[in-house]
Design a protein around this ligand. Structure first.
Ligand SMILES: Nc1nc2c(ncn2[C@@H]2O[C@H](COP(=O)(O)OP(=O)(O)OP(=O)(O)O)[C@@H](O)[C@H]2O)c(=O)[nH]1
Ligand SMILES: [Mg+2]
Length: 312
């Protein structure tokens, strides 16, 4: 009986289709659309996006399983010169994401007359890295004529990229060509995450990030960079199903920043909280009662212990 069982198991293994996986890091200058590309590839929002540089502060994993192949993407903060301990931490996140991946995607914009200093430094680093690399030229939709991309491709031609793929993360153009390229780097392996998982980011962190996104869009200049958001409490209401109570604390560095975030008669904070609540209700598919509190914590960006504790 045991022998029959053993041979059945062997047959099962032989007939089991072979699964594949690919770990892919996404790097590039701030604001080129790395997180937008991650969201477009995963097919859902897992990373926040904004029109301000240095939106992403930590590595964010996005997962997409297509048939037998699982793609695990690591979105990273944009490469920049560090000025605070938080910046040092962000740069370290990029370094870590480049270790042990099957492919590196460098994202740059599809237009521009030169390669920026930040990009030049990144290219130097990538030359020393033996991992396979492809270049994604994003924001193709901004070009009047598609051929205008040719000089831009020529600028990167001397670099060691296996392929250069023009895309628009915004309107999903070029993604089929990109997927074809990505499939070439998948290796036979087990899947490291359940097939229906899209991110390993805890829900509380996603909530904090979403509120930070609304702060980034609504506040001007430098203020959003000095803000951290902590989700203190998140619980389904016991007496009433289909409502989640969420309490968040927004931390800023200066009392005058606090006044700006609150706005005249509380109008700014109300706008930010409303925008965040609407998106959270869509995301969790239930009613959300969102309470935002504000606190001043001077120079938190230079207090490593502090920002490690808040999930960064
Ligand atoms: N027109 C256009 N805009 C885009 C495209 N992709 C991203 N953007 C915009 O570019 C800005 C930056 O996008 P992000 O995805 O936050 O860029 P990022 O590279 O992740 O930025 P950091 O996290 O700061 O490094 C946002 O305003 C996006 O809406 C695109 O394909 N076309
Ligand atoms: Mg980003």
């Amino acid at each position: 009986m045991k022998l029959i069982q053993a041979s059945l198991n062997e047959n099962n293994l032989k007939n089991k289709p072979e699964t594949k996986s690919a770990f892919i890091a996404i790097v590039g200058r701030p604001n080129v659309g790395k997180s937008s590309l991650l969201n477009a590839l995963v097919g859902q929002k897992v990373a926040i996006v904004s029109n301000k540089a240095q939106t992403t502060r930590t590595k964010i994993t996005g997962i997409k399983t297509q048939g037998l192949t699982q793609f695990v993407f690591l979105d990273t903060p944009g490469v920049h010169k560090p000025r605070t301990k938080l910046n040092d931490y962000m740069i370290e996140q990029i370094r870590q994401a480049l270790i042990d991946v099957d492919l590196i995607i460098m994202v740059a914009e599809a237009y521009g007359n030169n390669i920026s200093d930040e990009e030049d430094r990144l290219l130097k680093k990538l030359r020393r890295n033996e991992t396979k690399k492809i270049l994604v030229l994003n924001k193709l939709d901004k070009l009047k004529n598609k051929n205008d991309i040719l000089p831009r491709m020529a600028m990167f031609a001397k670099e060691d990229f296996d392929a250069i793929v023009p895309v628009s993360a915004l309107n999903k153009e070029g993604l089929a060509e990109l997927w074809q390229q990505l499939a070439c780097y998948a290796k036979q392996s087990v899947h490291f995450f359940p097939d229906d998982m899209i991110t390993d980011q805890p829900e509380k962190i996603f909530v904090s990030e979403l509120i930070r996104e609304k702060l980034l869009y609504n506040l001007k200049a430098e203020i959003p960079h000095t803000i951290a958001v902590v989700t203190e409490r998140m619980a389904e209401r016991k007496s009433q199903t289909n409502i989640i109570d969420i309490n968040v604390t927004i931390l800023c560095e200066k009392p005058r920043h606090k006044a700006i975030i609150i706005g005249k008669n509380g109008s700014m904070l109300k706008k930010i909280a409303t925008e965040a609540r609407i998106e959270l209700e869509y995301f969790f598919d239930c009613k959300v009662n969102l309470q935002c509190f504000l606190k001043v914590k001077e120079d938190w960006r230079n207090k490593q212990q502090f920002f490690s504790n808040i999930g960064l």
